[in-house]
Design a protein around this ligand. Sequence first.
Ligand code: PXG
Length: 293
Amino acid sequence: MSGTEMIIYCDGRYVGKEDATTSIFDHGFLYGDGVFEGIRAYSRCVFRLKEHIDRVFESANTIMLDIGITREEMTEIVLETSRRNNLDDAYIRLVVSRGVGDLGLDPLKCPKPSIFCIVGSIVLYPEETYTQGLKVQTASTRRNIPAALNPRVKSLNYLNNIMAKIEATRAGVMEAIMLTQEGYVCECTGDNIFLIKNGRLLTPPAYIGILQGVTRDAVIELAQKDGIAVQETLFTLHDVYTADECFLTGTAAELIPVIEADGRRISEGAPGPVFKRLLQKFRDLAKTDGETY
Ligand code: PXG
């Protein structure tokens, strides 16, 4: 930490925490109408910033939210907020809401979107879970179907995931596996899921209704470069229970091994050899693959 006050980009101005406020008539607040990104910086390098900027514009496009600035301007907001906070490593939250409107759903009544950028830190799971593995539990709450609100949109409405997270917490574990309507493994509440089986890396395809994680895509690339066969394929809980290794990926979580799913111990234990290899490669990549500030 720099020891100085947190600076937040708040709709055109750089302000302190107390002044970073929005109206209760903002449809981001009233309806969860907006999109966001969670981004990570390592050693003053914003990891895969282009991919995050592209995703926030794609999410906005699908919900017909015109952000009103260019991708270059958005990139500069993230970099400038990072510079002003003067942290070497950071977790960055970019939020674009529909903006201030009236007490009705109609987004046309919101003339201007609100844009916020927060640069802080995040600790998702305790240190020991990275060396001993995380326990997960399957949630009864199914992942939203793509034909309703497509999970590929990183929207401000996270209740589907929060409902599953509550189930996990009540079951005494920290993360939940979410299934599709048909019962295929989808992803977790804030992380994508990977299996290792007979030397192959398996992960569900984006079309079944997952957030296509930036970390996920980086891990797929790293595995392919390393000569590991990658299959984006449907699989079930049986495949999870009988996998050689299982791990989760996310901007906040990075790569985290899973030791147990629904009380079944994953066979190799955690962390497994392929996980360790990919984690090392990810750490090397994270320091260089992005935009510096
Ligand atoms: N799936 C979902 C549903 C997510 O929300 C990921 C996968 C991983 O994507 P990235 O691009 O980060 O590799 C996410 C992102 C939290 C939290 O507190 C998690 C996310 C975002 C914001 C908060 O757990 N995860």
